[in-house]
Ligand binder design. Structure first.
Ligand SMILES: NC(=O)c1ccc[n+]([C@@H]2O[C@H](COP(=O)([O-])OP(=O)(O)OC[C@H]3O[C@@H](n4cnc5c(N)ncnc54)[C@H](OP(=O)(O)O)[C@@H]3O)[C@@H](O)[C@H]2O)c1
Length: 253
């Protein structure tokens, strides 16, 4: 199906936009003609310029918004100011996230709190103002990025698994509240995905990881991005409250 003219003028917001998966999402949004509000954790014009240059992105298609999503009050005020400039925010894709791995026995409260604040509590900060706007618009798409480890748990990741599982419950509840206003909310749950971070893992460890994946490889960031794009497409209007795993068969829930 060809995309409607309106779709080529839509605005999408992406958190963690300069990260591995975020970059792949931005590339696909630009290809579909979106204007992108891209969040990063700190103001850094040199970094955003280099990111655009490295990826061949036209910087005029972006508004960069520096917000530390774990700093609720400051972030929420800046998000509100930014979205007020736009008549319509069609899609919000939340990719911001961190890990602070440790066995639970050794985990500090700080490691717990940083991960819950950045991966889960941040959803209040970013989704609340945008969702209120989407309800008023009577259209919108929210896509939250969870993880295979939010579905199955993982040794050393009680904090991350709790946050990523929490994202799924949050999204299902949000889907109920958005449904009558044509606002959908869904989750993408990636398995191990090639990002700059993963490229630093030694080859012998990577080979061990691959052995646990039926397709014997990691996901490409573009494959995670493609699933996000499906969920914001016209074709996905009746899909809400769902979690789509993109993990090569590593975990089938
Ligand atoms: N890669 C994988 O194997 C994998 C697997 C499953 C799920 N995921 C999930 O997919 C998402 C993207 O992962 P990725 O691999 O692309 O990781 P990444 O490259 O590290 O990107 C994560 C982004 O989160 C942003 N972020 C971190 N703390 C923040 C804060 N306090 N405020 C605002 N932004 C913050 C970072 O922004 P700055 O760079 O501006 O600091 C970063 O760009 C994450 O939610 C991750 O948990 C990844």
């Amino acid at each position: 199906m060809s995309e409607s003219r309106a779709e080529s003028q839509k605005v999408a917001m992406v958190t963690g936009a300069l990260g591995g998966i975020g970059t792949a999402i931005c590339e696909k949004l630009l290809a579909k003609g979106y204007h992108v509000i891209a969040t990063l954790s700190k103001e850094d014009p040199e970094r955003t310029k280099k990111w655009c240059d490295d990826n061949g992105f036209d910087s005029s298609r972006f508004e960069f918004l520096a917000v530390d999503l774990s700093d609720h009050e400051t972030a929420m005020a800046n998000i509100q100011k930014t979205i007020d400039k736009y008549d319509n925010i069609y899609a919000l894709i939340n990719g911001a996230g961190i890990t602070r791995d440790s066995s639970f026995k050794k985990m500090s409260f700080e490691q717990w709190k940083q991960v819950i604040d950045t991966n889960l509590t941040s959803l209040y900060t970013i989704v609340h103002p945008v969702f209120v706007k989407m309800l008023a618009q009577k259209e919108g798409r929210v896509v939250n990025i969870s993880s295979i480890n939010g579905l199955r748990g993982q040794y050393g990741q009680t904090n991350y698994s709790a946050a990523k599982a929490g994202i799924i419950g949050f999204t299902k509840a949000l889907a109920y509240e958005g449904a009558t206003s044509s606002v959908t909310a869904n989750v993408v749950a990636p398995g191990y995905t090639y990002t700059p971070m993963v490229e630093t893992v030694p080859e012998h460890i990577m080979n061990k990881i691959k052995e646990t994946i039926p397709m014997n490889r990691l996901a490409g960031a573009n494959e995670i991005a493609a699933t996000c794009m499906y969920l914001i497409s016209d074709e996905a209007i009746f899909v809400t409250g769902e979690t789509i795993s993109v993990n090569g068969g590593q975990y089938m829930s």
